[in-house]
Design a protein around this ligand. Sequence first.
Ligand code: CO8
Length: 258
Amino acid sequence: MTEYTSIITDVSDRVATITLNRPEALNALNGALVAELIEAAVGFDADPGIGAIVITGSERAFAAGADIKEMAELGYAEMYLGGPFPSWDGFVQMRTPVIAAVAGFALGGGCELAMMCDIILAADTAKFGQPEINLGVLPGFGGSQRLPRAIGKYKAAEMVLTGRMMGAEEAERSGLVSRVVPAAELRDEAHKVAKTIASKSLPAVYAAKDALQASQEMPLSEGLRFERHAFAASFATDDQKEGMRAFQEKRAANFTHR
Ligand code: CO8
């Protein structure tokens, strides 16, 4: 297994967990951490033995944003080229579902990383925010686009323009998180959700993630057309036959991911 310095990875029950591990900087996302995170996640995505990925941080911070110290003195051209960070394209194009398990601070790039995931489970200690405005800049990893899609333009505008943080309960009420759980149960709960996803038919899961993604990017009529084709295509899999037979025979389905 690859040796990483800023993340910890482990695999069990077809679930890969990536723990961000820069405690001295509240898991601030520097170039090295982002490179490791993307390499590990994309590697797990390519492995058919992995059915879901969990990304988490520490009790104190999921991630307190991009590393301010690393980028503070950079100029326009350097940042336009990506600054210290590799492209997130490979990460957001992954087909394996990704669960962000957030405790403590998820600020700036940390909040944006959570929003690049498919499901956000929040500990009751979670705090979400886009405080870039306090630094004289604006969100740069997609926050100005994904946050309004998640919670609506007016609530997003208040957060992005004032830098106000949102607690876990408000985030759940606003549609930013899937569910809030007690902090002590966050890792177990995230693993449980991931294991449930990983127990389903992989082609069906990939197609469902694809369709959900399309809902964020396509007009309704095109999204519905996309879904109609994807749904019909799922009838070409062995797992569809197995799933529907198992239902009729009143037994658990034994998916082979074919
Ligand atoms: N970058 C670098 N270091 C950080 C960061 C950060 N984002 N956040 C915390 N740290 C460091 C602190 O400097 C401190 O280190 P040290 O002890 O060496 O001084 C250590 O972590 C602990 O932090 P604090 O002492 O500040 O802890 P507190 O509990 O007092 O405060 C906060 C916690 C409120 C989270 C506070 O640390 C804070 O406000 N952090 C910055 C949050 C922020 O502004 N995030 C947005 C960053 S910008 C961004 O994310 C843009 C992303 C897009 C980039 C696009 C590129 C193309």
